[in-house]
Design a protein around this ligand. Structure first.
Ligand SMILES: [Fe+2]
Ligand SMILES: [Fe+2]
Length: 199
């Protein structure tokens, strides 16, 4: 059994090299959830100026989702929706959506991907941006879902007095989502809509 590949250029690799790499990468992907949880904690140091940290905001969004009895896809999407702030401050929504896309329903990925534009409704007029930028997506089946995501879970979750659940509360749920088979049609379910609020 080899412990590293033989090649210095990919085109020279052998079947044995690529079998070895595939096995190696499969083992590595099992750590995705915990790497994301670690990254989420590092959001605690990002973007000061708000009354709560970015980690606090993420946890509060997920807590509100859980208390609305949203399903796991929604809760994990709410938890990770701003994780792109670390490396992609100008397209943090697309960055988070890319992380989620293989593992959650299309509906949730779409909402995370567009939430930045929908959030402008609340403050665009203060910063010289178009508050109605979201109107470009009026024809999407997920328009109302994204509007509700922003109204109930995102824009509302900057309250230091709110009873926010800790990251440990969500850890197993994150692990379960990222242990799913990537791009499983039974998970992605294109066009399917699950409610954000259940009674
Ligand atoms: Fe955001
Ligand atoms: Fe947010």
């Amino acid at each position: 059994m080899i412990d590293r590949v033989s090649f210095t250029q990919m085109k020279d690799g052998t079947k044995e090299d690529y079998d070895f790499l595939t096995e190696h990468e499969t083992a590595y992907t099992k750590g995705t959830a915990d790497r994301l949880l670690t990254a989420l904690v590092s959001l605690d140091e990002s973007l000061s100026g708000y009354q709560i940290t970015r980690l606090g905001h993420s946890l509060q969004s997920a807590t509100r989702a859980e208390r609305d009895r949203a399903d796991t896809d929604w809760i994990v999407s709410a938890l990770l929706h701003d994780i792109g702030d670390i490396f992609a401050p100008y397209n943090h929504d697309e960055y988070a959506a890319t992380i989620l896309r293989p593992f959650v329903r299309e509906q949730c990925t779409w909402v995370v991907e567009k939430h930045g534009d929908f959030q402008l409704l609340y403050y665009g007029h203060h910063v010289g941006a178009d508050p109605h930028k979201r109107d470009a997506y009026r024809d999407s089946p997920y328009f109302d879902d994204c509007a509700q995501f922003c109204e109930r879970w995102d824009q509302a979750s900057f309250d230091p007095a709110y009873d926010t659940l800790p990251i440990e509360h969500f850890a197993d749920r994150v692990r379960a989502v990222f242990a799913r088979t990537p791009y499983d049609p039974a998970i992605i379910r294109p066009g399917a809509r699950e409610p954000l609020i259940s009674t």
